[in-house]
Design a binder for this molecule. Structure first.
Ligand SMILES: [Zn+2]
Length: 328
């Protein structure tokens, strides 16, 4: 059974073919030369200028490679545990805080252990922002044609490692450039376990039931943000649940010089880790490139991702973070 995250999953390939055929869309991430500079306060409502630290695209990509080198990171495997420890160590190195939030998936005759990886920077700040991504990878390659291949686990370079790679790079910048808000990092486990939706978004569901107070003012979920041909549209559930956060992110994208990557209209409707959080009242949006040709295939490998794409997303999130003077 194929269980997708997009309500339009069944038409996805046809839709993509039509779009690409008609428009010849070839989206290429352009890295802004801006690294430290004035943010246009008119775009961001932050009331002034903000210095934004340099997002190191190659270092972020190296974080992606580190994860992929461990092999598929599906729950219940040694690679999964190794990745968990790697993430905890990187976050602790960066911001001096990291912890595991364990939970279990009961299966027939056994339990699968899973862990959200949490880290908090300036947790005492009354103003908190949530940055999250899933770190587990899909145990099956559902979109492969050959049934023998469908049964194999994916590498998850984009679907798993990419969002985490962006967040690890951002975490590494905070100590030298303290942002105006506290930042909570949550790396979700069990997003892609499946096969069905009753066994997906598990870490996000658990976190939503056990989240710390106070709730963040806003949050961003990064998923599949490494595609070398990156194109991100506003996601429909995010737009309905937290339109003000989408506005903030798309403004930041323009300020960061990535308006060509962040298309300012709604495209996919995606069920992802933001749904349990939105249901719990946390305003989180899904930043996702769902037009990834290698989604849930054995071809979701590091060469399909690029440092420039990670940087386009990372610089956008940094602009949103550092321009956050409150309000809106
Ligand atoms: Zn997936």
């Amino acid at each position: 059974m194929r269980q997708g995250r997009g309500s339009r999953l069944l038409t996805r390939r046809a839709f993509l073919g039509a779009t690409l055929g008609a428009a010849g869309v070839g989206l290429v991430a352009v890295v802004s030369p801006l690294v430290r500079g004035a943010v246009d306060p008119g775009n961001l409502g932050g009331g002034g200028t903000a210095n934004v630290p340099v997002f190191d695209a190659q270092r972020s990509y190296n974080y992606l490679l580190d994860q992929v080198r461990l092999g598929p990171r599906e729950p219940g495997t040694p690679a999964h545990v190794a990745c968990r420890d790697y993430l905890r160590e990187r976050l602790h190195e960066s911001i001096g805080d990291a912890s595991l939030q364990p939970f279990e998936l009961p299966m027939e005759g056994r339990v699968i252990p899973m862990w959200n990886v949490l880290a908090s920077y300036h947790s005492a700040n009354p103003r908190q922002v949530l940055l999250c991504a899933h770190w587990d990878t899909r145990p099956t390659a559902d979109e492969e044609e050959d049934p023998a291949n469908v049964a194999r686990p994916i590498q998850g370079a984009n679907d798993g490692a990419s969002g985490v790679a962006v967040l690890l790079e951002i975490a590494g910048l905070l100590r030298a450039y303290p942002p105006p808000v506290g930042v909570r990092f949550v790396l979700f486990d069990g997003e892609d376990y499946g096969p069905g939706s009753d066994r997906m978004y598990l870490g996000a569901k658990f976190y939503a039931r056990n989240k710390p107070a106070p709730d963040p003012e806003w949050g961003v979920l990064l998923d599949m943000v490494g595609d070398r041909d990156l194109g991100i549209w506003r996601e429909r559930n995010s737009e309905q649940g937290a339109p003000q956060v989408n506005d903030r992110i798309w403004s930041a994208a323009r300020a960061a010089g990535h308006g060509d990557v962040f298309h300012d209209s709604v495209r996919w409707s995606i069920t992802d880790d933001h749904i349990p959080l939105l249901a719990a009242g946390v305003p989180v949006v899904d930043v996702i490139d769902f037009d990834y040709p290698y989604w849930h295939t054995l071809e979701d490998t590091a060469d399909k991702c690029s440092p420039q794409s990670l940087a386009a997303v990372g610089e956008t999130v940094l602009h949103a973070l550092y321009a956050d003077g409150g309000g809106g």
